[in-house]
Design a protein. Structure first.
Length: 208
């Protein structure tokens, strides 16, 4: 039950159903879900560890969005994506490579008008790089960071010129992974995610 409450609250937060700053009161949530306060408390603790919940007054609330948070999230994601790419180039199998190439093909073939499909395909491409690293702990960390980014609904793929750059950077990354060049794969991933960070900050500033 605690896991169920955690998942439902997490989805409500990242989807915006629970906006930033929304108070999270144990007794109220326990009544809403018809359960005791203990599983609610456990769920809130996990959400705080995920960075989705923060102290507010004498209680807890949904974490507020900020450019500082974007920088913090990307500081870690850049490093982890860099490491994932390096590991993928060193440890990928032929099956991994086939799945990665297919993920890029699906991404490139998505319709210009279907932004949601592009977002999903882009996420699947990156998740395949993570999987190709064959490092479960790394995948778990990247998944948690990705959940935090979902709180910022604007996708960087719609920024002028970004779509074309993403496809080119992905192709370069695939080549480095295919040819077993860990250092080059890491450099491409670092550049790719650093550019995404800069675009994300520009989009946040424009919408604030």
């Amino acid at each position: 039950m605690a896991r169920s409450v955690y998942e439902e609250l997490r989805e409500a937060i990242v989807s915006g159903a629970l906006p930033p700053g929304s108070p999270l009161v144990e007794t109220a949530l326990a009544g809403q879900y018809g359960i005791s306060r203990t599983p609610v408390r456990e769920a809130l603790l996990k959400l705080r560890q995920d960075g989705l919940v923060e102290p507010s007054g004498r209680g807890l609330a949904v974490s507020r969005r900020s450019p500082e948070e974007i920088l913090e999230i990307y500081e870690m994601r850049v490093l982890l994506e860099e490491y994932a790419a390096r590991s993928a180039a060193a440890h990928r199998t032929e099956l991994d490579l086939s799945r990665l190439v297919n993920a890029q093909r699906v991404l490139a073939e998505t319709a210009d008008s279907d932004t949601a499909a592009r977002v999903r395909a882009n996420a699947e491409f990156h998740e395949q790089i993570w999987a190709s690293s064959h490092n479960r702990t790394l995948c778990d960390l990247l998944d948690r960071i990705n959940v935090q980014l979902r709180r910022y609904p604007e996708t960087t793929l719609t920024y002028p010129g970004r779509w074309e750059a993403v496809l080119a950077e992905h192709d370069e990354l695939i080549r480095a992974i295919r040819e077993g060049r860990p250092d080059d794969a890491a450099k491409v991933a670092w550049s790719h995610m650093s550019a995404a960070r800069d675009v994300r900050l520009k989009m946040y500033s424009a919408s604030s």
